[in-house]
Write a new protein. Structure first.
Length: 291
């Protein structure tokens, strides 16, 4: 039976522990509505969480699925990289129904405040839901415009995927897609490769990609399929040696153990009219590679 338990997590932060009927587990913090972990029935990480992650608001947790809203990177008016959603305390919406059949789930809410409006002068209500369903993780973000004027934003689900060995991990589904190379002045390029491989730092904003992408994790005999909805773009990132060493809340060798595929809407900002709402999401599914 799937369960949702409200509890105190790392750093004495409030959150929820989800468990699916197949024994997968996930921890979701109210800080940032941050999915910080997703493990299979054997307790193996599917989503990466840094061993050096800091659980001290307002700093964002390193790893998991940081919510980049109302801005991805510097693609918007905010000075703060990736916006503020991952730094804010979210409310619990309906107390989750503990003991749901086949789906531990939780919904959290962020309502605009004086603090958020000082950064982004719009009234909004954002709801984030996470749900475990068997060997899948379903996440969605809904943004409602409660203001009197339209507003626009960029957004990403900045997912850190755990891999057994970055040298034997690739991202499939992006062949032929154009991307902005953030390591080369955001020059537009086209990916001619069968799959994205990692032998140095990679930081690319792929535009208008297929909605199904695959993270191949050969060292763990598995793939993770990403099915994104209403998120036309995908950011692929691995910091590699130097940037990893310079990132205080990453262990020096962590670059070997994760890669990010971030379902995103960045190339064309999302516009929401007063009273309207917009929803995006992704379903992550683990597929074991037959031996
Ligand atoms: O998504 C890729 C990226 O924009 C990289 O450029 C790197 O900055 C990464 O996000 C992590 O950003 P953070 O603010 O979480 O350190």
């Amino acid at each position: 039976m799937a369960t949702t338990r409200l509890c105190t997590l790392e750093g004495d932060l409030p959150g929820a522990r989800l468990r699916s009927a197949t024994g997968c587990t996930s921890e979701v913090y109210r800080h940032g509505a941050h999915v910080a972990s997703w493990r299979d029935a054997d307790g193996e990480d599917i989503i990466f969480l840094s061993s050096e992650a800091v659980f001290k608001p307002p700093k964002a947790i390193r790893g998991g699925i940081p919510l980049c809203f109302p801005q991805f990177s510097d693609l918007g008016p905010l000075a703060q990289q990736h916006g503020f959603a991952r730094n804010e305390q979210w409310q619990l919406v309906d107390p989750p129904a503990n003991g749901d059949e086949d789906g531990g789930n939780v919904t959290m809410r962020l309502v605009s405040s004086d603090a958020t409006k000082a950064l982004w002068p719009h009234d909004f209500v954002a709801d984030f839901s996470a749900r475990l369903e068997g060997d899948e993780m379903h996440t969605s973000l809904t943004v409602r415009n409660t203001d009197r004027e339209p507003f626009e934003f960029t957004v990403a689900l900045h997912t850190y995927f755990a891999v057994g060995d970055i040298a034997h991990a690739t991202v499939e589904g992006l062949r032929g897609a154009s991307y902005l190379d953030s390591l080369d002045g955001r020059r537009e390029k086209v990916d001619e490769c069968e799959a994205v491989a990692f032998a140095k730092e990679v930081d690319r904003i792929y535009r208008n990609t297929p909605d199904v992408l695959t993270v191949r994790d050969d060292a763990n005999d598995r793939s993770i399929v990403v099915q994104k909805t209403n998120l036309p773009d995908a950011v692929v990132w691995n910091p590699w040696v130097d940037k990893c060493a310079k990132t205080g809340d990453l262990g020096d060798g962590d670059y070997k153990s994760f890669l990010c595929v971030e379902a995103a809407a960045t190339s064309t900002p999302v516009v929401v009219r007063p009273g309207a709402e917009w929803t995006c999401g992704q379903v992550l599914r683990v597929v074991k590679t037959p031996k």
